[in-house]
Design a protein around this ligand. Structure first.
Ligand code: GTP
Ligand code: SPV
Ligand code: MN
Length: 586
């Protein structure tokens, strides 16, 4: 398949370690993939769904104890602890290798080992990065075929180069006590064992495209971020692009492919999706920040995805997709999840594989972090720039999270440095995307707490450095779609109506509209948020959504101080901005 000596030597070493019965090189051909899907249905890893209703689609169930990322077992392994920093789980590199070697030793006995060459980004483009993943999971092979560009063309593009990421994955025994997702940024290496859940095992995604790539970006002068990328086309046919970072299960996929409210649609506005989870950002020759989506598919949250909330995501899953841990409808061999529609199947299996009746069962049928893996080309609003290796120029960067109170619907930072501060103080309620408690507020700078592959103090410094090098930087905003009223209901309708807030941002970028300066930054004048055609939302609703409660913010400042106190390498600019915020609140 390849003559690359680095690859061949590494595959030999890994084979000697995991001792498989057989080695299969994945070539990316449809014939080979189809054979694997067939085999997966024999082993039970995959269930073929109704070919007429969901052509080319499969159902997959992960182990009961293996349904989300495991942050406490995710390691950044470097020579020195300071390189991993205060917000990562660190292990000394050699110690980690020797601990993991014992787990991997012989783990593929009797199994087939697959070798997957894949590309993050357009194969052959100067901004693409290549990886090889070794795995014993057919689910991983067929999912990587959706999520990345994979196959023999990667070998051709890689040539003799040693610049590629080495990924070793084994399900081993799916033993929780021996589950580790270990990253070696100094060696461009990822070792993942005892899990079969997407975020832990599709190594191109969070492991490579964020944790390893963030460290590469710092060394090479670019940024790997947990961001969606969308384009808004105006009636004149001009498209402006926005990149937005929200924590896991906080609305990236939804925003990335939103359907504009009727008024905008009728006026001729269109929204285009470039990416829904990860952006690689570089400074372009025109002095702007450019973003590309290194992925080739969506690994989206299923519950809550419906024709009403996210038509485009639902459409994306109608063919050649894989569903994990959702409800299996036995009547017609299709899938269902909470929030899909009001007609749950009555003759079904729940995500655990137990009989389930949507009318009478009291437990949820789909796991809250059940997901679909869908090819990006299925998305009705996929951008025509999706396959452009240069990516798209970014007008605005948006940070956001789930906050019941504190954060207003939207505010704008005063400048890049203040924007980096705004990103650094992001906080959000935890979700089912990671194992552990749900609904607990935690600080999640730039939505990268689980994904930064190096010291987060250095990460802030890298953001500040990048700002100095971008002649025409995007404006930086913060949003919160999740403000609650006193009865615990969302105040803002969200979803497609979020476009109203994006339009204010673009108007700001073009200098078309003013703003009010507040203690935290610039806020819209309430009348500048377009609420035409919005039921039940008045200018008073907008005022409430924009209100900044100084007491809540003073509490937040205390919490930020405690958070910052953990940092060994916090840039002084962050302290300065915190002092300004505190002064403004006094
Ligand atoms: P990851 O794939 O984990 O990174 O998640 P994500 O950030 O892409 O989140 P996603 O778009 O899948 O949304 C997660 C959940 O938030 C779903 O249940 C959505 O229905 C819900 N959600 C998304 N946008 C909004 C919104 O504007 N308002 C409200 N109230 N809920 C939203
Ligand atoms: C997230 O949790 O941010 C996801 C899903 O996008 S996973 O790939 O599991 O990380
Ligand atoms: Mn994500």
């Amino acid at each position: 398949m390849t003559k690359n000596q680095h690859v061949l030597k590494w595959v030999d070493e890994m084979t000697a370690l995991v001792k498989p019965a057989k080695v299969v090189w994945i070539d990316g051909s449809e014939a080979q993939l189809e054979e694997l899907r067939k085999e997966g249905t024999k082993t039970g890893e995959l269930i073929k769904l109704n070919e007429e209703l969901l052509p080319g689609c499969y159902y997959h169930r992960s182990a009961l104890n293996d349904v989300a990322r495991v942050e406490n077992r995710t390691l950044i392994c470097t020579t020195r602890k300071e390189e991993a920093g205060p917000t990562n789980n660190w292990m000394e590199k050699d110690e980690a290798y020797s601990m993991l070697r014992k787990i991997f030793d012989g783990c593929m006995a009797g199994r087939t080992m697959y070798v997957i060459p894949y590309s993050m980004g357009i194969v052959g483009s100067p901004f693409a990065k290549y990886g090889v993943e070794i795995t014993d999971s057919i689910y991983v092979v067929v999912s990587m075929a959706i999520m990345t560009r994979m196959g023999n063309e990667v070998w051709d593009a890689l040539g003799d180069s040693d610049d590629w990421v080495r990924g070793l994955h084994s399900k081993c025994e799916l033993d929780e006590e021996k589950r580790y997702i270990a990253h070696f940024p100094e060696d461009n290496t990822i070792w993942s064992c005892n899990s079969g859940y997407g975020g832990n095992v599709l190594l191109g995604k969070k492991c490579f495209a964020l944790r390893i790539a963030s460290a590469q970006g710092r060394r090479e002068g670019w940024m790997a971020e947990h961001m969606l990328i969308l384009g808004i086309e105006n009636p004149q046919g001009e498209t402006k692009y926005i990149a937005a970072a929200f924590p896991s299960a906080c609305g990236k996929t939804n925003l990335a492919m939103l359907i504009p409210p009727e008024g905008y649609r009728k006026a001729g506005y269109k929204v285009w999706c470039v990416g829904d989870d990860i952006a690689w950002l570089r400074i372009g020759p025109d002095g702007r920040l450019w973003a590309m989506n290194p992925e080739n598919g969506f690994f989206g949250v299923a519950p809550g995805t419906s024709e009403k909330t996210n038509f485009n995501a639902l459409q994306s899953t109608k063919k050649n997709s894989i569903f994990t841990n959702v409800v299996l409808n036995l009547d017609n061999n299709t899938v269902w999840w909470e929030g899909m529609d009001k007609n749950p199947p009555e003759n079904a299996l729940d995500w655990k594989g137990n009989p389930w009746n949507g009318k009478t069962s009291t437990e949820k049928g789909a796991h809250p972090n059940s997901r679909f893996t869908a090819p990006a080309i299925n998305c009705p609003c996929i951008s025509k720039e999706f396959n452009n290796p240069q990516g798209v120029p970014i007008s605005a960067i948006v940070f956001g999270g789930r906050r019941a109170k504190t954060a207003p619907l939207v505010y704008e930072s005063r400048n890049w440095q203040h924007g980096v501060f705004v990103g650094s103080i992001m906080a959000s309620e935890t979700t089912a995307a990671a194992a552990g408690a749900v609904g607990v507020v935690r600080r999640d700078p730039m939505a990268m707490i689980p994904f930064c592959g190096y010291n987060m103090g250095d990460y802030f410094a890298h953001w500040l450095e990048m700002g100095k090098k971008i002649p025409n930087p995007p404006k930086i905003f913060n949003v919160n779609w999740f403000r609650l009223d006193d009865e615990g209901h969302f105040i803002w309708p969200g979803f497609g109506d979020n476009m109203r807030v994006l339009m204010w941002m673009l108007d700001r970028c073009e200098g078309k509209v003013g703003a009010d300066e507040t203690a935290i930054g610039f806020e819209p004048k309430p009348e500048d948020i377009n609420i035409e055609g919005l039921d039940g939302v008045t200018i008073d609703t907008i005022k409430e959504l924009l209100s900044v409660d100084k007491e809540h913010w003073k509490e937040d400042v205390k919490n930020i101080k405690e958070f910052y106190a953990k940092f060994d390498r916090l840039p002084k600019e962050m302290e300065e901005e915190l002092a300004i915020l505190e002064k403004n609140l006094a």
